[in-house]
Design a protein around this ligand. Structure first.
Ligand SMILES: [Zn+2]
Length: 420
């Protein structure tokens, strides 16, 4: 059954905003089959019409970086003024937690519910465990679940690499068993200060072989730059205190992006998460390679890591996506709130560019076809918002003032109702 949806605004993302737009949805397949501005609507007509009035329809948002398994730590780790002091506090809380598997799972389910209620359709989820896999499979979210590897000791690289691949394979098996075609499992090294060169390299070799996407926390804090440059500073002390230090570790004497490049671990399927310390040259390198920078500015503020170079990233032409990071370092998983914060720290970046980052940018980074845009063949699991009266620039409203998502509905649900 084809339902024709009319709405005051339609934001395809891959094309300019349509005023008085229409979208034809195949309700059985959950797919968009056509869209345009009012006068271009084709004949013969659809099977039914759904008029959304003064609403705006846009693709579901993509949270390209979160850690659902940390959701039980919501509010438990206070904001800090330096990153390593926040990491120390987080590790103390995480490993001192008496939360049961049931508690952790319930927190994951609540977090997914919050993402769905606030307009998120796609996710890049990182885990050291598989606690989020079944809740994700049961959700409406599409995307990638990354099994994360960390370990700075070279001697452990082969073992940890194998365990990480096995963890991802088991997660993929569970997703397949649940017939979850919207989600795939992959592997990701944690960060250059926590993951040895051979471990990063072995996982990077895997991406090329499988065509999967990967992710790494990179250039997150000034302390990371010091550690990579000279092997000194708060990270060295933290690794020693954790018993994770490797006496054979030699500082590369490089900035984070050249270091990954030297390892052969920089590729187009890599999500570079945070990047608060990335210089203009590094951003250009990432653009040349085709990698994605995932901005999580509220988390950066929470952990005392700095402010990401938002305008410089867009100016460099690198693909930009948006994430929240975990509930251990952000107030909520509401991407409209993340966009509002991005808008405040990057007032000169066009609203359309920020919106594209939070939709198409994340979908492309995660290689999820049909997500992040409104186009023929794309999913009809799209967002419907109702701006206050008098809004002239709907994109500006969405990125600056739309964090209260009480009006949010899902297009596919409205269409299913109209078709029944
Ligand atoms: Zn993270």
């Amino acid at each position: 059954m084809i339902i024709r949806v009319h709405s005051r605004w339609v934001i395809p993302v891959a094309a300019p905003v349509l005023r008085d737009g229409w979208i034809d949805v195949d309700s059985a397949r959950g797919e968009i089959v056509g869209l345009g501005a009012a006068r271009s609507a084709p004949q013969p007509g659809p099977d039914a019409v759904l008029d959304l009035g003064d609403a705006v329809v846009l693709p579901g948002l993509v949270n390209a970086h979160t850690h659902l398994e940390l959701s039980h730590l919501a509010g438990a780790v206070a904001p800090a003024d330096s990153f390593v002091s926040w990491v120390r506090a987080m590790l103390g809380v995480r490993f001192g937690s008496s939360a049961s598997v049931a508690d952790v799972t319930a927190a994951v389910v609540r977090a997914i519910g919050q993402m769905e209620a606030t307009g998120t359709a796609g996710v890049g989820d990182i885990g050291n465990t598989d606690v989020a896999v079944l809740p994700l499979a049961a959700s409406s979210l599409s995307g990638v679940h990354f099994r994360e590897a960390l370990g700075l000791k070279r001697a452990d690289a082969a073992r940890i690499g194998g365990e990480t691949r096995l963890g991802a394979a088991l997660a993929q098996t569970r997703l397949t068993e649940q017939r979850s075609t919207r989600l795939v499992a992959s592997v990701a090294p944690h960060a250059p200060y926590s993951t040895s060169a051979p471990l990063i390299q072995s996982l990077a070799a895997g991406y090329e072989a499988t065509g999967a996407v990967s992710s790494i926390h990179l250039a997150e804090s000034p302390e990371e730059l010091e550690f990579l440059a000279s092997g000194t500073g708060p990270f060295r002390a933290l690794l020693t205190d954790l018993g994770a230090w490797d006496d054979t570790w030699v500082p590369p004497g490089l900035a984070p992006v050249p270091y990954l490049q030297q390892l052969g671990a920089l590729h187009a399927r890599l999500l570079v998460v945070h990047g608060t310390q990335l210089g203009a040259g590094e951003l250009r390198t990432l653009a040349d390679v085709g990698a994605t920078v995932v901005l999580c500015p509220r988390s950066n503020r929470w952990v005392g890591a700095g402010v990401p170079p938002v305008a410089a990233a867009f100016a460099a032409g690198v693909r930009v996506a948006v994430g929240t990071d975990s509930l251990a370092s952000v107030e909520d998983l509401n991407l409209f709130a993340e966009l509002a914060f991005l808008r405040r720290i990057a007032p000169d970046v066009p609203a359309a560019a920020l919106l594209a980052a939070a939709t198409r940018g994340g979908a492309q980074a995660l290689r999820r076809e049909g997500l992040g845009v409104l186009a023929p063949g794309a999913t009809s699991h799209a967002i419907v918002r109702v701006p206050p009266t008098g809004i002239a620039d709907v994109e500006q409203w969405l990125v600056a003032d739309a964090a209260d998502t009480g009006d949010l509905r899902w297009l596919d649900e409205l269409v299913a109702h109209a078709a029944s």
